[in-house]
Design a protein around this ligand. Structure first.
Ligand code: AMP
Length: 425
């Protein structure tokens, strides 16, 4: 199926051809015609499934149609996209400009952690599309800086995540400021529970589109698990992985901001071009770091969950969960940073033996088994499940494990052990 069958305007089709998009993804096939027909939509789709274009293209078409027909632009936003994080919001804004190239779009990105000055300037002019995080948008609404009375389309992107982050009241307050006859699209990894209740409040006769996690994601990402005995072993495994010549750019996830800083520092000391990305960094620093990653000047980015949302860098060949995600849902978002746009990717989750339950819950959630791998020479100490403690001098084999493929170069011993993430420590 080609994009031309979906009812999109010729200028948008030209842009898609120029971007090299030969055919719509599953979510685009289902959502674009429905959105063009004016339906409210509830879409369950994973990150990396092409969901941004699925809502951005029909939204742009709506602007295009009115601009050409009426030749006028109104003052308030006609399209509002709410996203959980700054990174995702900026990513969406970039995508919208990419898909709407040549359309003289006026967009404003209103996200927390950024100075008000530029945002107020953006709001002093007529704007077509606002992309925002809920907290900051609510703030602008409360101060009377923004009028949503003309809104035609409301998109809640990664709604599940916005609810996780405690934005429910802000979202309800924002929705209350929009016209009841708006079109509402809600995208989320899951449509159950609190998300379902939000959907009931904000949509009308919505059409439900379920894009199974498996079709959206699984074929593109090879998911592996490596068991580690302790932190020094885990650090050696990471070092070996990063020294593999087949690895392009890598996103490493840690559980805390502090670990992200420490680990990236240790990796820099070991000669890797590494950097950290976490919520305590100023937005300018975050943008600078992401730009270095995009330019290919940084090879390893060590990040926390929230900071990494929305990262879309095609060179990321591997995602390494240095700390296993506590929530299976986070796992899906993390690994979705690789295997973007039809490429393949590898996701490696490092697990302590006692974290086997996390692996099981990930497998239950995704319906997809993680392949247990080993790096020759860095096998975990064998530990039968019924034995509570490690057996000193185990046989060094993780029974049934899958070899990483080749012996990774590993230089041990020579470094001082002052940092807990030092590979030789
Ligand atoms: P998203 O899920 O919206 O974050 O999109 C994931 C990636 O897929 C982005 O890099 C998009 O540029 C890319 N993409 C979206 N739709 C298509 C398509 N139909 N063909 C090829 N790449 C696409």
């Amino acid at each position: 199926m080609s994009f031309s069958t979906l009812g999109l305007h010729a200028s948008l089709l030209d842009t898609l051809a120029a971007l090299g998009y030969s055919e719509p993804t599953a979510v685009q096939r289902a959502a674009i015609p429905a959105m063009l027909a004016g339906s409210d939509l509830l879409v369950s789709s994973q990150t990396g499934s092409g969901k941004t274009a699925a809502f951005a293209l029909p939204a742009l078409q709506r602007l295009l149609a009115t601009t050409t027909a009426q030749g006028s632009r109104r003052a308030g936003p006609r399209i509002l996209v709410l996203a959980p994080t700054r990174e995702l919001a900026l990513q969406v804004q970039k995508a919208v400009h990419g898909y709407g190239v040549g359309q003289r779009l006026r967009t404003a990105c209103l996200v927390g952690g950024m100075p008000y000055g530029l945002q107020l300037k953006q709001l002093s002019r007529p704007v077509d599309i606002v992309i925002a995080t809920p907290g900051r948008l609510k703030d602008h609404l409360d101060r009377g800086r923004l009028d949503l009375a003309r809104l035609e389309v409301l998109v809640l992107d990664e709604a599940d995540r916005m609810l996780d982050m405690g934005f429910v009241e802000d979202i309800d307050a924002i929705v209350a400021c929009t016209p009841a006859e708006r079109q509402t699209l809600l995208f989320s990894a899951t449509l159950d529970g609190v998300v379902g209740r939000l959907a009931q409040r904000v949509t009308r006769a919505a059409q439900r589109i379920d894009i199974a996690a498996s079709t959206a994601r699984v074929p593109r990402i090879d998911e592996r698990a490596l068991f580690a005995d302790d932190l020094p072993h885990k650090t050696r495994l990471l070092d070996a992985l990063l020294r593999d010549t087949d690895i392009g750019q890598v996103l490493v996830f840690t559980a805390t901001k502090r670990s992200a800083e420490e680990l990236s520092g240790a990796l820099c000391e070991q000669g890797f071009s590494a950097g950290a990305l976490h919520g305590d960094m100023r937005q300018r620093e975050r943008n600078f770091t992401l730009q270095r990653l995009r330019d290919g000047r940084m090879r390893v980015l060590v990040a926390t969950d929230v900071a990494a949302r929305g990262i879309d860098v095609p060179g990321i060949s591997h995602v390494i969960n240095f700390d296993a995600p506590r929530q299976a849902e986070d796992y899906v978002h993390r690994i979705g940073r690789t295997g973007r746009a039809g490429r393949t990717g590898i996701a490696v989750t490092l697990l302590a033996h006692r974290e086997k339950h996390l692996m099981r819950s990930i497998e239950r959630y995704t319906g997809n088994a993680l392949r247990v791998a080993v790096i020759p020479g860095l096998e975990p100490t064998a530990r039968p499940e019924w034995t509570p403690r490690p057996r000193p001098g185990g046989n060094g084999r993780n029974g049934g494990g899958r070899s990483w493929g080749r012996r990774a170069e590993w230089k041990s011993g020579a470094r001082p052990a002052s940092n807990r993430y030092r590979a030789g420590g």
